[in-house]
Ligand binder design. Sequence first.
Ligand SMILES: Nc1nc2c(ncn2[C@@H]2O[C@H](COP(=O)(O)OP(=O)(O)O)[C@@H](O)[C@H]2O)c(=O)[nH]1
Ligand SMILES: [Mg+2]
Length: 299
Amino acid sequence: MVPKYRCGYIALVGRPNVGKSTLLNRLLGQKISITSKRPQTTRHRILGIKTGKTAQFVYVDTPGLHRYNGRAMNRQMNRAASQALQDVDVVVFIVEGMRWTADDDLVLKELERIRCPVVLAVNKVDLIANKEELLPALQALSEKRSFDQIIPLSAVRGDNIAELESCVEALLPESAPFYPEDQVTDRSERFLVAERVREKLFRKLGKELPYGLTVEVEDFRRDTGIIHIHALIWVERQSQKNIVIGKQGRVLKEVGQQARLDIEQLLDSKVNLKLWVKVKEGWADDERALRSLGYTDDY
Ligand SMILES: Nc1nc2c(ncn2[C@@H]2O[C@H](COP(=O)(O)OP(=O)(O)O)[C@@H](O)[C@H]2O)c(=O)[nH]1
Ligand SMILES: [Mg+2]
């Protein structure tokens, strides 16, 4: 008998920085979500779609659930993460092999309300030097709640990714695909471009990174053989603008070069990228400004 086609939504949830976006990109075999060492790199819910011969996987990458400091953007990010848990067919709960924190407990608590299967993905096992430590760690994790399966893996190295995928596939409902087979995300090219610029800033600025920094693509124009892109980098204060620009414009120049190369790969075209830094005070505290910059519950 020919197996029926399967399709469904799979939420990738976990505290900030456990490797959700890295895992998404690994599962898709291409980069959709941006990643960095900084917690809270992912601010929006984003779909990554993988279509195979026997199943279509619609992964939902989410901002990490975390105890927040009362600012509107954090509240919005937690809301996006919680909402992503509604109406999915499978949840992949991602943790780090050897590190359990209070934010992991927060996610665990959030999962109490979930009725669908939950798979525990134990990421970053490449960091465990002594492999004998893994087994007791998995044992301890298995006592946190009942999981449909526990899979140790490494999103960075690609270890055990196929096992995770086939485990998820078996848990998906039988259904025709929801999306056309060539569609890889629900997000626009403009959004993906803005994210690439933000990723380079997050990676370059490290601890100096302004909390409220965001990127908006103002102009996106295809010409023969080249795409012209103007992007605005929003910060909250003049002092932050100076950090983003750097001495003699060095930071902005480097970020612009790295982002351009990355965007050229994304769009498979030559790109002319222009970046501007602008100050808009207090936007990360302001629900209305958040909406105008695309931080909405739905889109
Ligand atoms: N060593 C190691 N690092 C990883 C692994 N997966 C992710 N990371 C790193 O963890 C950091 C956070 O990853 P990211 O995907 O942005 O985490 P997210 O906040 O959960 O989406 C990045 O620096 C990744 O390179 C892994 O399997 N092994
Ligand atoms: Mg992320």
